[in-house]
Design a protein around this ligand. Structure first.
Ligand SMILES: NC(=O)c1ccc[n+]([C@@H]2O[C@H](COP(=O)([O-])OP(=O)(O)OC[C@H]3O[C@@H](n4cnc5c(N)ncnc54)[C@H](OP(=O)(O)O)[C@@H]3O)[C@@H](O)[C@H]2O)c1
Length: 225
């Protein structure tokens, strides 16, 4: 039977390319959307969700429990970005960013670990994840995204039979908010790389786009305790 993958944020720029890539490889795709349901086709099923609160994530998991029970892979692609000048950022902004970047990803992962046969989970980060630098406009987003390698590595240690990885893609061609120093890359190319990571053998790794700092960071270099 074909592997089933859940893709969050599947109706967005990268999400649509991920859906095409995984479906094209013959996987059964559970594609989460919020307002823009995509096209139904043979092996793609669209699932509505609102991840703006923990209750919304819980409702999604309850409503689609049957479909999710067959899920072996997940791509945590949902991760909205918002701009705000660093001097204006509040604690509430940090909490909101953690809600968006971390809460759905962890609660969905925990659900799939408990109620499905999860084999591979990929967290989508961003170009500067794992680097310390000053941010002028996306500090809250960067703070939350920087927790993903820690979360992924710790889950990999806690669940040795499951592959957990982080992928930091470059700015996507067509994105509204662009990294000042990174050349945009077609979402299709990024999706193909993400798919290879999900279906590959690595675990506990932080994969980067090749032109932005090399292939991947192995376990021992991101998170020694
Ligand atoms: N864009 C870039 O250049 C770039 C660069 C590096 C990393 N990334 C990362 O790549 C991932 C995808 O980015 P993207 O630019 O492709 O995203 P995007 O186009 O902005 O897509 C946003 C997705 O999130 C969904 N969504 C919005 N509000 C939601 C809510 N309240 N509950 C549930 N779902 C909701 C949208 O659903 P509907 O459309 O159906 O409402 C859509 O599927 C993110 O993690 C991002 O941080 C992006």
């Amino acid at each position: 039977m074909a592997e089933t993958v859940l893709i969050t944020g599947a109706s967005g720029l990268l999400g649509r390319a991920l859906v095409r890539e995984f479906a094209g490889r013959g996987l059964m795709v559970l594609a989460q959307y919020h307002r823009h349901r995509g096209e139904e086709c043979g092996n793609v099923r669209w699932l509505a969700a609102d991840f703006s609160s923990a209750a919304g994530t819980k409702a999604f998991l309850g409503r689609h429990a049957k479909a999710l029970a067959g899920c072996g892979c997940v791509v945590h692609n949902y991760g909205p970005i918002a701009e705000k000048a660093t001097a204006e950022v509040t604690g509430a902004d940090l909490l909101a960013a953690c809600q968006a970047q971390l809460q759905p990803a962890l609660d969905i992962t925990r659900h799939l670990l408990a109620r499905a046969t999860l084999r591979s989970a990929l967290f989508i980060a961003f170009e500067d994840t794992g680097r310390v630098r000053a941010f002028r406009k996306v500090l809250a987003f960067a703070v939350a995204k920087n927790a993903l390698p820690l979360l992924s590595r710790s889950l990999a240690d806690a669940h040795p039979g499951v592959r957990f990885n982080v992928f930091s893609p470059p700015t996507l061609a067509g994105a509204a908010i662009r990294h000042p120093r990174v050349k945009p890359v077609a979402p299709e190319k990024v999706a193909a790389r993400a798919c290879r990571i999900v279906l590959g053998r690595g675990s506990g790794r932080h994969y980067r786009w090749p032109s932005h700092g090399g292939r991947s960071t192995r376990r021992k270099t991101h998170g020694s305790r």
